[in-house]
Design a protein around this ligand. Structure first.
Ligand SMILES: [Zn+2]
Length: 418
């Protein structure tokens, strides 16, 4: 089927190309060749209505440079869907913006000199009023020489949602291309898994509740069937969330449960479980709060926590709802039960795999009414509220993890993914 499609597309491309060769508008008069700097090149697939002049202007280069790089004898005729190598010129440095984390001993002028830019340019881009005031571990955007450079073909659009993204939120990255490709990418060296087809691809990234605020570099690579690759980059701005600090007082008996070895073993096991990326999106709709009717949040997501009077040592990875023991707990979205058992810290627990690395967890239950492997629809009862495990009273702890990262579950009840 795929092969047939390809042949059909190729056939159509040849038809269009033949037509274009007959009616392509003449390109502008030749310009004197400009000296070219050595640098990475981009690949451009010629679209209907384009001329070598419009392509050269799009990439701020010259017709001659493109003609030379592609052995084009007569620049008046270019074929639609032909892949052109566009050499990087001095006027289009492929130099994209990057991010930099301030180290001990850095000054803004040192950083500027090292990145071939100016103190003023960095200060302006980062809204720094006093260039003498920067701090260790501060994240800076270093301007590229061509910050408004167009996306190289086959990339047509990159959409980030939400933008900017707040600590603890899930970020959807949607890519549109002009030809079917395989998309891979990283966010600050963290690998992303893209899914999709028909020139539209997307990936989800969990931004940790304690992720450093500031700019992060998103690098994207598109590769086609021939092994040709094109890269593009974007900046993802993470802004600080507003999280409360909460003191947790545990009874001596419950404190015993905080044995670091036990906590570590349980965490490791769950990390492994939710680290599995099943390649199918099982949820369809906006997620729902897993309790009926009006709910009472007793601890919000991301709340910094200190135990028995100490400094904050952790943060709350989910939302707590106060509810009476026995209150039915419902599946937040469609998925498959990945775990239903009693754990030391989390008590009686249910974890649902929604596919694509998205998992929801329901803890401290008095009992669960599903078993591992079972498929559930949104709203199906999965257990009842309780106070099992490390808990100070009957409540439901509800959490969502994306790629292993704890994210704000309530965002999933407001924003549809993808
Ligand atoms: Zn909780």
């Amino acid at each position: 089927m795929e092969l047939l499609n390809r042949w059909a597309r190729l056939f159509v491309a040849i038809l269009i190309a033949t037509q274009a060769a007959l009616c392509a508008p003449p390109v502008q008069a030749a310009q004197p060749p400009a000296p070219m700097a050595q640098g990475p090149t981009v690949v451009h697939v010629v679209r209907s209505g384009e001329t070598l002049f419009s392509i050269a202007r799009h990439y701020s280069t010259t017709i001659e440079a493109i003609a030379q790089a592609n052995d084009i004898v007569d620049p008046r005729w270019i074929q639609i869907s032909r892949r052109l190598t566009v050499p990087a010129s001095e006027t289009t440095p492929s130099h994209q913006p990057t991010t930099y984390v301030v180290q001990r001993g850095d000054t803004l002028s040192l950083i500027a000199r090292r990145h071939n830019t100016t103190t003023q340019a960095i200060a302006k881009l980062n809204s720094i009023l006093n260039p003498d005031l920067i701090y260790v571990s501060q994240r800076l955007v270093i301007p590229g020489s061509a910050p408004s450079a167009p996306l190289p073909s086959p990339f047509v659009a990159v959409e980030l949602k939400p933008r900017p993204v707040v600590q603890g939120e899930t970020l959807a990255i949607k890519i549109q291309t002009d030809t079917p490709v395989h998309v891979t990418g990283t966010l600050d060296d963290r690998p992303l898994t893209f899914v999709g087809e028909d020139n539209r691809y997307w990936a989800l990234v969990g931004i940790g509740a304690t992720a450093q605020a500031g700019p992060y570099l998103l690098k994207l690579t598109a590769s086609d069937g021939t092994g040709e690759t094109t890269t593009a980059s974007e900046l993802v701005r993470v802004i600080a969330g507003d999280f409360a600090i909460e003191q947790i007082v545990l009874s001596p008996e419950t404190s015993k449960l905080l044995d670091p070895a036990l906590v570590r073993a349980e965490n490791e096991r769950l990390n492994q479980l939710v680290g599995v990326f099943s390649g199918q999106q099982l949820w369809k709709e906006l997620f729902r709060v897993p309790l009926h009717g009006a709910v009472r949040v007793t601890s919000a997501f991301g709340t910094r926590r200190s135990y028995s009077g100490g400094p904050p040592t952790s943060y709350h990875g989910g939302v707590d709802y106060g509810a009476e023991t026995g209150t039915p707990v419902l599946a937040a979205g469609r998925g498959r039960v990945a775990l239903a058992e009693e754990l030391t810290v989390r008590g009686k627990a249910v974890i649902i795999d929604h596919g694509l690395g998205v998992y929801s967890g329901y803890y401290h239950l008095s009992e669960f009414v599903v078993q591992a492997g079972q498929e559930v629809k949104q709203g199906d009862p999965i257990g009842n509220v309780g106070s099992t495990g490390l808990s100070t009273g009957p409540h439901l702890h509800w959490e969502i993890r994306v790629g292993g990262v704890y994210v704000d579950p309530l965002q999933w009840t407001r924003q549809a993914f993808p």
